[in-house]
Design a protein around this ligand. Structure first.
Ligand SMILES: C[S@@+](CC[C@H](N)C(=O)[O-])C[C@H]1O[C@@H](n2cnc3c(N)ncnc32)[C@H](O)[C@@H]1O
Length: 405
């Protein structure tokens, strides 16, 4: 059904398309299900007003579907691309949801046009929460805030007439690139507070454990932790998650340093999830791990594989344990580059130290990584011993072999 505004309500009964072709169309965009469900669970615990949950750049509609499952509120997705809007309608029709969810094809910045459909379908006249995952240029490491589609400022201004604004501002989840530079993050904050002054904002850095920051989201209003700038989340495959958060005054200053400490045999070391330094929560990590401020030595050539030199192992019940990728004792140094030629001597070093399997946690050439791990498994297949891991040293070019705790 097409409305006078040019927007089209897409209903699955009208679809005459091949679902496999639609899936191909949205494959690259889809937010992983574990992430969208996590977000919906978090939102369900916050104090949302009544109204419609709106995703004005819905893509595959997966995130909206999760909201409709966990929030007891009607949901509406707007998508510019007709094929993607069809996919949304197709997904919504086959899903078990707790509240109505509609797909609209059109421009998500035309709040008036979208609202006329939303109102006619749901009877609701206001938006309780906005989720925005803007499109960004493909295949680029960096992009500017102005390249996001729909443009954030235009979008927020358009929806400011309809979104419920509480004492801490409107409920919004702005799902952004984890590669945003701090300057761009400030620009985004500036846009939000320009349209909605005095809005509470918390940046959320999320990891699924793959050694990188998976998502960066600015949560505002009731979705933010009032007074906290940053939270780091470790999300597990089974949907459970752990959170680290600052209490307003514990955020790292930008010059919290990195040591080039050269590791020694017997040192106790932990590889830390990169969301901790990225979110500026190293100080919070120290506190919950039982260290005085600045007492923990942070070793890192790159923020990708941060290491902490420990005095004691981080206990399994500690709040920060979910943010420790692996911890262990240094058993030997490996003064070579990791390649197919040097694997035999690495295996010999491991066997000499009672290590039976080695996880590669150091920088290595991506194209060689699988061949190296396969070859190591072949050589050490029959060797019994503890689990080990190989990391970059802080103060030299050597690699360092550790036995896992
Ligand atoms: C990154 S994707 C969203 C992905 C989505 N979260 C998912 O899980 O599938 C951004 C989407 O915004 C759509 N888009 C861009 N500009 C838009 C506009 N002005 N109105 C509506 N949709 C728009 C793009 O077509 C794209 O599908």
């Amino acid at each position: 059904m097409t409305f006078g505004t040019g927007h089209k309500l897409v209903e699955s009964a009208d679809l005459d398309v091949d679902p496999r072709a639609l899936k191909r169309e949205v494959r690259r965009l889809v937010t992983p299900k574990s992430v969208s469900e996590y977000r919906a669970k978090i939102a369900s615990k916050s104090d949302l007003p009544e109204g419609v949950v709106l995703d004005p750049a819905a893509g595959s509609g997966g995130q909206l579907l999760a909201y409709s499952k966990y929030l007891n509120r009607p949901c509406a997705g707007v998508e510019l691309s007709p094929q993607r809007a069809d996919f949304c309608a197709y997904q919504f029709s086959g899903a078990t949801v707790n509240s109505s969810v509609i797909a609209i094809c059109g421009d998500g910045t035309d709040a008036h046009g979208v609202m006329s459909i939303v109102e006619s379908r749901t009877g609701q006249t206001s938006i309780c929460m906005l989720h925005v995952d803007p499109a960004r240029p493909m295949d680029t490491q960096n992009h500017s805030v102005s390249e996001m589609q729909p443009p954030l400022k235009v979008l927020l201004e358009a929806w400011s007439k309809y979104i419920h604004v509480g004492p801490n501002g409107p409920a919004m989840a702005l799902d952004l690139s984890p590669r945003l530079a701090s300057q761009q993050m400030s620009e985004i904050e500036h846009i939000v507070s320009g349209v909605f002054p005095s809005t509470a904002m918390t940046w959320e850095w999320l990891s699924r454990g793959g050694g990188r920051v998976d998502r960066l989201c600015l949560q505002t209003g009731p979705l933010a932790n009032v007074g906290s700038v940053s939270r780091a989340v470790r999300l597990w495959n089974n949907g459970s998650f752990s959170t680290l958060i600052d209490n307003g005054n514990e955020l790292d200053s930008f010059d919290m340093g990195w040591s080039d400490y050269k590791l020694c045999t017997g040192d106790l070391v932990a590889l830390i999830d990169p969301v901790v330094p990225k979110s500026g929560l190293r100080g919070v990590f120290e506190k919950y791990a039982g260290y005085a401020p600045g007492e923990l030595v942070w070793i890192g050539k790159s923020e990708r594989r941060p290491l902490a030199l420990l005095q004691d192992g981080v206990q399994s019940e500690s709040e920060v344990r979910p943010f420790v990728v692996v911890q262990g004792v240094v058993v030997g140094r490996f003064p070579s580059k990791l390649d197919l030629m040097s694997i035999d001597s690495l295996a010999a070093l491991a066997m000499k130290n009672g290590v039976g399997t080695i996880q590669i946690r150091c920088s290595s050439e991506p194209r060689l990584h699988t061949r190296i791990t396969d070859r190591l498994r072949q050589i050490m297949g029959q060797v019994h011993g503890s689990t080990g891991f190989l990391i970059d040293d802080g103060g030299s070019q050597d690699l360092v072999l550790c036995r896992e705790l």
